[in-house]
Design a protein around this ligand. Sequence first.
Ligand code: FPP
Length: 251
Amino acid sequence: MSQTNQKGGGAPCHVAIIMDGNGRWAQRRFLPRAEGHRRGVRSVRRVIEAAAQSGVRYLSLFAFSSENWKRPADEVNALMGLFATALKKEAQAMRENGVKLRVAGDLSAFSKDIQESVKESEAMTAHGETMTLTICANYGGRWDIVEAFRNILRKDPSIAQEPERVTEALVDANLAFDWAPPVDLMIRTGGEQRISNFILWQAAYAELYASPRLWPDFDENDLKEALDWYAGRERRFGMTGEQIKALGHGE
Ligand code: FPP
C-alpha cells in the first residue's frame, strides 16, 4: 500500500470515523444511553450513503472497541443487539448500492448469531464496487498490530531468526484490514480530540478532523464540511511544503 493523494485535493480515498457522543446525546434528553446508540444507527446509514455519493472508496467505522466490554452489561447488550439487527437489515440496501461490507476485529467474542450474520452480510455484498465499508467491532489499533506480528510468525516461524525480513509492506499485508489503503482522513465526532486506539498503523499520515457534533446529530452536511476541510489540506508525508510545491501537489 503506497501513500497516495499528496494534496487533499478531491475526495479522500479512505475515511475512518470515531462515532462518539451517543451517550451524551441520550443523557441530555434524559434517555437511556442505549437510545443514543439506536439513534446513532440512523447517522451510520446517512453517512454511508453520503460518503459513497461523495466518491469516498473506503469508509471505516469504529462500532465497538476492544475496551467497550468494560461498559455496563445492559449497554453492551444493547450495542450487540443493534449490531446484529443492523447487519441483517442493511445488507440488502448495501448490496443494491454497491457497498461491500467487511467487518474487522476479533469476532470470536461475539455470539454465534452475530458471527453468522457477519459472514452472510459479507457474502451478500461481496461484489460491491462503489465503496468498501469496514465496520470495526471488538477492534483496537494495538490489537491489530500485535495480531499482525503474530500472523507473520505463525506463517513463517523462521522469520524470527532474520528480523530484517520484517518490512512495513509485510506488516501492512498482515493487518486486520489488508484490503484498505492508508487512512486519508480520520473524523472524530463528539468534540474530543483523541484517537482512542482506533486505526493506528494505517492512520500514520491521516488528517485529523474533530467535529463538535454528537454522532446521532452528524449528518451529510457535517460530512461534507469535513470533506471540504480535507480538500484544503496540504499533505506532506514528512517532506517540506516547498518540496510538495515542486512536485506540483501543493496548490
Ligand atoms: C461512542 O459513543 C459510540 C459507541 C461506543 C458505539 C457506536 C455504535 C453505533 C453508532 C451503533 C451501532 C453501529 C453499527 C455500525 C450498527 P459514547 O457512548 O462513548 O458517547 P459519549 O462519549 O457521549 O458517552
